[in-house]
Ligand binder design. Structure first.
Ligand SMILES: Nc1ncnc2c1ncn2[C@@H]1O[C@H](COP(=O)(O)OP(=O)(O)O)[C@@H](O)[C@H]1O
Length: 218
């Protein structure tokens, strides 16, 4: 058996124990590949971490990845920022490139949750090609069919912890301490696109470009 090059002595015992417990819990879990589709504020980002932990999957949230790229001012982030600020979709080729890469992460070995991808028919066709190359398929598509009328209150009260993507809501899911993340105590922020005006544009993009994707799945 190959000897590990990692010096385990430097890793805290609690971290080692937690990782061992996680591996024992995850080992018997079947592989699962899920797509979550729904309008902004429909609950994809809230439900994903719960599903991820229960089924030992990686959570691939294209919005979070794009926001990280924008904040790091990477070439990808600079290209994506303008569309995101307007609530429009980022170009298919940019997003397809991201997903193709991250799906290969070791943490996606048991499967993944696609949150916010595919968002166009072209992206769905590219996803089919990626899955065929990997010899895997989508097991379930969860359609968060929420009425537009309730989304503005959800979006305008949403606060997030940027580093983890954990989301809160001032009325429906308040943090234990106002304004700070329950786990790290770090400050929460509101997304630049979480305003009534930008939501209108995001909903228009959703109904025009993303909703047709739902009809691709039996
Ligand atoms: N698959 C995608 N294709 C194109 N643009 C995307 C995609 N995923 C996210 N984006 C961009 O990132 C923004 C935020 O995405 P996300 O966090 O999933 O927000 P939402 O709450 O609208 O689902 C979107 O409004 C869009 O500009």
């Amino acid at each position: 058996m190959a000897s590990s090059s990692v010096n385990l002595e430097e890793i805290p015992s609690e971290s080692l124990m937690n990782e061992l417990l996680r591996r024992m819990k995850c080992a018997p879990k079947p592989e699962k590949r899920l797509i979550l589709i729904g309008p902004p504020g429909s609950g994809k980002g809230t439900q994903s971490p719960i599903i991820k932990d229960e089924h030992c999957l990686c959570h691939l949230a294209t919005g979070d990845m794009l926001r990280a790229a924008v904040s790091a001012k990477t070439p990808l982030g600079i290209k994506a920022k303008e569309a995101m600020d307007k609530g429009e979709l980022v170009s298919d080729d940019l997003v397809v490139g991201i997903i193709d890469e991250v799906m290969k992460k070791p943490s996606c070995k048991k499967g993944f949750i696609l949150d916010g991808f595919p968002r166009t028919v072209a992206q769905a066709q590219k996803l089919d090609e990626m899955l065929e190359r990997q010899g895997v398929k989508i097991d379930k598509v969860l359609d968060f069919a929420i009425d537009d009328a309730v989304l503005e209150e959800r979006i305008s009260g949403r606060w997030i912890h940027p580093a983890s993507g954990r989301s809160y809501h001032t009325k429906f899911a308040p943090p234990r301490v106002p304004g700070v993340d329950d786990v790290t105590g770090e400050p929460l922020i509101q997304r630049k696109d979480d305003t009534a005006a930008v939501l209108k544009s995001r909903l228009e993009s959703f109904h025009r470009q993303t909703q047709p994707v739902c009809f691709l799945f039996p």
